[in-house]
Design a protein around this ligand. Structure first.
Ligand code: SF4
Ligand code: SF4
Length: 100
């Protein structure tokens, strides 16, 4: 198929299988991940509201749980967290990076 410029591509598209994005493992292509410090978390839920991949949930005590399958390491949770409970770290590094 010949390359087309942005102006030549039709506007809009059809999603023929609603919910199909559930199968995309966006966590596979990240290079950073949020490290969570439970001791700083006040359970406000701000990170939950801002996460674009719905990768943030809560455990039975209201603390944060991150779904590694979907977390793409964008860092929005870290930017929006009001207490600094999240710190972005390179993938594979220490999971809990406490701040001084
Ligand atoms: S890094 Fe991005 S995708 Fe991952 S939990 Fe934070 S806001 Fe969600
Ligand atoms: S934004 Fe920060 S303090 Fe609020 S629930 Fe998320 S991690 Fe906890």
């Amino acid at each position: 198929m010949a390359d087309r410029t942005a102006k030549e591509i039709e506007v809009g598209f059809i999603v023929d299988k609603p919910g199909g994005a559930k199968g995309y493992r966006t966590g596979d292509w990240r290079s950073m991940k949020p490290s969570y410090d439970k001791e700083r978390c006040i359970k406000c839920g701000v990170c939950y509201m801002f996460c674009p991949d719905a990768a943030i949930g809560f455990d039975s005590e209201g603390f944060i749980q991150i779904d590694e399958f979907y977390c793409k390491g964008c860092g929005i949770c870290s930017k929006e967290c009001v207490t600094g409970a999240f710190k972005m770290v390179p993938l594979g590094s220490e999971d809990k990076a406490k701040k001084k």
